[in-house]
Design a protein around this ligand. Structure first.
Ligand SMILES: *Cc1c(COP(=O)(O)O)cnc(C)c1O
Length: 371
């Protein structure tokens, strides 16, 4: 018998979330973002789940090549571009679309003879202040890129710092769009602005479904995995969970008032109570900083964590589930328990939980509710 902890990846939900993304952004083409091992779902599963996407976007050249080996023939986008001039020939050979966010990358492209035309995405920094050319430098960068032989299409792109909120007090999406508009005004080329937050907020912000946030490409990640970047639950947007992490109770302890649980004895029983030991710990990707009160389902009943999460185990309050026993099913997140809710209780975001799923966790594919 293997250890009971396992993750189920719901490819059908991935497909349906992509369809859902299209209903939000009907006029846009979609780069499905499959970076970070498809947000922990596995790159190949990402490819299969999003087979209907117009392109796949990720970070590493070697993973772009892997997608080609796996048979992906549609566009591929490198979200951070290349890291070295030696990668330029690969862009041409494997038809990979690269982000260009700094002068050094432009130089790499200038120095290397391109034997086949390539497409690039010129990135503007509209306030995130991570990657990209400032609006006032954008035109010069564009002209320099345009002058390189072998560069075919230049898409103009930016990435929002605050698309998860409609009106961020420091930097709203509206302000970032204004900067983008100004920096890119009159330049030819397609546009690509939105991550999941932008996709979900176009209608709310601009009152229509086909406006600027959806021109001409969108780059959703988290929404395709059934999470949201903001405070509203994913289910409100019709998104389905794509990863369910389940385990079982492997031990039970009866506590008396004053007994404590786990390392550091952080939890002390206020009265007699039963706790269950779950086979899942921080070495599996469950956040160690998840505290008392983080939700868990035992036999489908909602209860919560008590004590500290340890490397291979955690403990849960069995008071609401008196019939629980060794072997009872435990859901850590996913189907029946939104990952965003667990993340919030643990002081993090659903993205981090998905991405941190550890290699030692067994992964299978199945429909929602398949086991
Ligand atoms: C990660 C990433 C995305 C996807 O963001 P989500 O919030 O997951 O939708 C889009 N664009 C870029 C440039 C990214 O790095």
């Amino acid at each position: 018998m293997p250890r009971p902890l396992h993750a189920t990846i719901h490819l059908d939900a991935m497909q349906r979330n992509l369809v859902r993304a299209r209903t939000f952004a009907p006029a846009a083409r979609i780069w499905a973002v499959v970076k970070a091992n498809a947000y922990g779902h596995g790159l190949e599963r990402g490819m299969r789940g999003f087979v209907q996407a117009d392109g796949l976007a990720l970070i590493e050249t070697e993973n772009a090549l892997r997608l080609r080996e796996l048979g992906w023939v549609k566009p591929i986008l490198l979200l951070e571009g290349i890291f070295d001039a030696s990668d330029v020939p690969l862009l041409a050979e494997y038809n990979i679309n690269s982000t260009v966010h700094c002068l050094e990358q432009i130089k790499m492209l200038e120095y290397t003879q391109l034997y086949r035309p390539i497409d690039v995405q010129l990135k503007m920094n509209t306030g995130m202040n991570r990657l990209g050319f400032r609006p006032d430098e954008f035109r010069t960068a564009y002209a320099r890129l345009r002058a390189i032989r072998g560069i075919r299409h230049i898409t103009l792109m930016t990435h929002f710092a605050n698309a998860d909120e409609l009106e961020h007090p420091r930097l709203s999406i509206g302000e970032q769009v204004r900067r983008f508009r100004q920096g890119a005004d009159g330049l030819p080329g397609e546009r690509s602005l939105s991550n999941s937050g932008g996709v979900l907020h176009q209608a709310a912000l601009f009152g229509d479904e086909a406006g600027e946030l959806h021109n001409d490409w969108v780059r959703p990640g988290i929404m395709l995995y059934g999470g949201t970047p903001g405070a509203r639950p994913a289910a409100d947007f019709g998104l389905l969970p794509t990863m369910t992490l389940k385990s079982e109770i492997i031990g039970i302890q009866e506590l008396e008032a004053g007994d404590s649980v786990g390392y550091g004895s952080r939890f002390q029983a206020p009265g007699p109570m039963t706790v269950g030991v779950v086979a899942c710990g921080y070495a599996d990707g469950y956040p160690r900083h998840a505290g008392h009160g983080t939700p868990v389902l035992v036999d489908g009943v909602r209860t919560s964590l008590v004590g500290r999460v340890s490397m291979d185990m955690m403990t849960v309050d069995l008071s609401p589930v008196p019939n629980a026993r060794v072997g009872s099913k435990v859901t850590l997140w996913g189907d029946g328990l939104p990952i965003d809710e667990v993340a919030q209780a643990a002081g993090t975001i659903g993205y981090e939980l998905m991405c941190a799923l550890a290699p030692r966790v067994r992964v299978a594919e199945g429909r929602v509710d398949s086991d």
